[in-house]
Design a protein around this ligand. Structure first.
Ligand code: IVH
Length: 657
């Protein structure tokens, strides 16, 4: 009796949600809806043993998790290539036409949120995951359950994965920030809400979701993308009502024009238009590059310009000591973000544009690019503006600045300037350097000021300060452990990362690669002469001099010694990596512990791609995959000159298939 009533209420609520969110045609009032929910909640409280797993009452949140579990996407979640103008759209169309002569497209709005994968088993939502790096994302099921436009139960009891975008409406974003939060844009707010351990927070944030991708359409006898959208809508997902079949490029251009004009009238932010080849068999003919499908692309809206006031001009010191002026602006919204800072590059730039404190300026932002001041609206001056004056002392350590003759920039040349040191430490951890995740600028600043981080080797000493770190605000055991794991992982990086991470003047990623490749290991590079280095193609005398100078300095030699004591890899690993392509019939050995896979999972992945996993390293081994604390097997691989992949390389290789 009671059970039957509970099921009936669930049906009524699910139907109401479907009508409201998917069909946009409600048939019951909000009051009726609330009454059903109230009744169901009361019954569930009274008879908890009867509560259904996917009851709509889970929408109110309450489930709290300890940590985000990693999720491996069976089919990698890809990103999209970008086009920025009509010519590039035409070029995309031409590339498509080379493979499929008469393509039909679907145009969609590009929702500015974060992508999500939803997995249903027998029609019930069992897992929601973020994209992550495309192969491994995070399990956010507890939060996805609170999003009303994500059905907990779909119309057919089937197994299916769909993908789409979680986003926050402009209205919810406004309300959130009015209530004291300080998110820069709706996308950040949505991402921040989804990355909460307590689902009550996500529930309170009013998130939404559009579904736009069915990874395996043929499993459901669906052969066009447009039919996939229709099918997903029939199942109860919310698809965007503005998706449109497109017959030719002319139609596409007018769709783009129309939405460029109307985008501000939408209740949510969009940052472009997505163009997809409609026919699934055509999509398959076109295929993928490593990270993006060749059958789709994203047209990005042009940079938006807005006016605001320059409140002040401030100076920051970079890792090379370069002092850069920036405009401190009256906060203003550009392309969905609130901007209060714009780069002014250098003295010449400010002087040539005659940017003054107090000026009204027009600023421009494109995508994730740092905003720039385009021009001064001189007509708005009232005489109170102050002309720009370059500083002559470092704003942090107050030592005199020098301007290099051939450059527009000023430098702080004090080796001990704390700003420079901190920036170098930040650089050391950055993505193209040692790629140690989890270090925000603030953490490095704090650790520096507390004396835990003075030089690069101190990252590897942090494990001796665990107790003290745990005492700090905002640091739980979990985050400390994660950080220390990341630091340990970085020891296996190939040499070029370390070379780039050291902040040797004139050594960028490209030069670091060339040096690592040519010398093979750090000792050889350290012993190389100016001639040895400048004889290499693409390495000029300025770089060669800078590298020799760097390694001649006793303090740098000491630093390298200390890093070696921590067993950092100092060998170039990439060369051998690129020799091995594919997994088929290749023999792999796993050693050390991987962070994102168990041994069995890694083995399964390798075998699924035709590889063979064995337990001991021999001449017959093609690749050794080395995780954390890889020991003798890694050493043996190196001795035998066998290709070594760290976990990131492994993931990269997996994502190619
Ligand atoms: S399709 C293989 N469609 O844009 C299909 N993506 O810049 C890949 N996005 O990662 C995605 N609206 O998070 C697709 N209508 C739409 C979209 C969309 C927003 C996001 C998505 C993707 C990113 C690429």
């Amino acid at each position: 009796m009671i059970e039957a009533r509970m099921d009936e209420l669930i049906k009524l609520i699910d139907k109401a949600n479907y009508e409201y969110y998917t069909l946009d045609k409600p048939t019951i009032t909000d009051q009726e809806y609330d009454r059903y929910m109230g009744e169901l909640q009361a019954l569930e409280e009274k008879y908890p043993e009867l509560k259904r797993d996917n009851s709509p009452t889970t929408r109110v949140g309450g489930q709290v998790i300890d940590e985000f579990k990693k999720v491996t996407h069976e089919i990698p979640m890809l990103s999209l290539g970008n086009v920025f103008n009509e010519d590039e759209i035409m070029a995309f169309d031409e590339r498509v036409k080379k493979v499929v002569p008469n393509p039909k497209y679907v145009a969609e709005l590009k929702i500015d949120g974060l992508s999500v994968s939803l997995v249903y088993e027998k029609g019930k939502l069992v897992r929601a995951a973020t994209r992550g790096d495309g192969v491994t994302g995070e399990d956010i099921t507890h939060n996805a359950r609170t999003i009303k436009s994500i059905p907990l139960t779909i119309k057919q009891p089937i197994d299916i994965e769909v993908r789409g975008e979680i986003y926050m409406s402009k209205a919810s974003f406004k309300r959130l920030n009015e209530n004291g939060e300080n998110f820069a844009n709706p996308r950040n707010a949505a991402a921040g809400s989804v990355r909460q351990l307590d689902s009550k927070v996500a529930a309170s944030r009013n998130l939404d979701c559009f579904i736009y991708h069915l990874p395996d359409p043929e499993d459901y006898n669906i052969y066009t993308h447009f039919d996939a959208l229709k099918f997903m809508k029939e199942l109860g997902f919310v698809t965007n009502p503005n998706n449109k079949k497109i017959n030719d490029i002319k139609e596409l251009l007018s769709y783009i024009d129309n939405w460029t004009e109307k985008r501000s009238t939408l209740p949510y932010e969009i940052d472009g238009i997505v163009i997809k080849v409609n026919d699934i068999s055509d999509q398959q003919k076109l295929g993928f590059t490593a990270r993006t499908p060749k059958w789709a692309t994203a047209y990005k809206f042009p940079a938006e310009e807005v006016l605001t006031k320059v409140k002040d001009i401030i100076f920051t010191v970079g890792r090379t000591g370069q002092v850069t002026p920036s405009a401190d602006l009256e906060p203003v919204r550009v392309m969905g973000s609130v901007i209060s800072r714009a780069t002014l590059h250098n003295e010449d730039y400010v002087v040539s544009k005659d940017i003054r404190v107090g000026d009204i300026v027009s600023i421009k932002k494109a995508g994730d690019v740092i905003p720039e001041v385009v021009k001064v609206i001189t007509g708005r001056r009232d005489g109170t503006e102050q002309k720009f004056q370059m500083i002559d002392k470092c704003p942090i350590c107050h030592e005199p600045l020098t301007r290099k003759e051939e450059e527009a920039a000023y430098y702080c040349t004090n080796e001990h300037c704390p700003a420079k040191k901190q920036e170098k430490l930040i650089h050391f951890t950055s993505r193209h350097a040692m790629n140690i995740e989890g270090f925000g600028d603030r953490i490095i600043e704090d650790f520096y000021n507390l004396g835990y981080l003075k030089d690069y080797d101190d990252f590897y000493n942090l494990k001796d300060h665990q107790e003290e770190l745990r005492e700090l605000e905002g640091f739980g055991s979990k985050s400390i452990n994660n950080l220390l794991t990341q630091i340990e992982n970085s020891k296996h990086n190939s040499l070029e990362r370390l070379l780039f991470a050291l902040s040797i003047r004139h050594v960028g990623t490209k030069t670091a690669n060339i040096l690592a490749k040519n010398f093979g290991n750090l000792d050889k590079l350290m012993n190389a002469s100016f001639e040895d280095i400048s004889n290499i193609r693409d390495i000029g005398p300025i770089i060669a001099k800078s590298v020799v100078n760097y390694f001649n300095k006793p303090e740098n030699q000491e630093l390298i010694k200390r890093l070696k004591n921590h067993h950092l890899n100092i060998v170039y690993l990439k060369e051998t990596t690129s020799n091995v392509t594919g997994f088929t019939d290749k023999t792999f050995v796993l050693t050390g512990s991987l962070e994102r896979f168990t041994r069995d999972e890694a083995k399964e992945k390798i075998e699924a791609l035709g590889g063979i996993v064995t337990s001991s390293v021999s001449k017959k081994t093609d690749v050794v995959i080395a995780g954390i604390e890889a020991g003798s097997k890694l050493q043996k691989a190196k001795d035998l000159g066998i290709t070594v992949w760290n976990e990131n390389t492994f993931i990269n290789e997996l994502s190619k298939y």
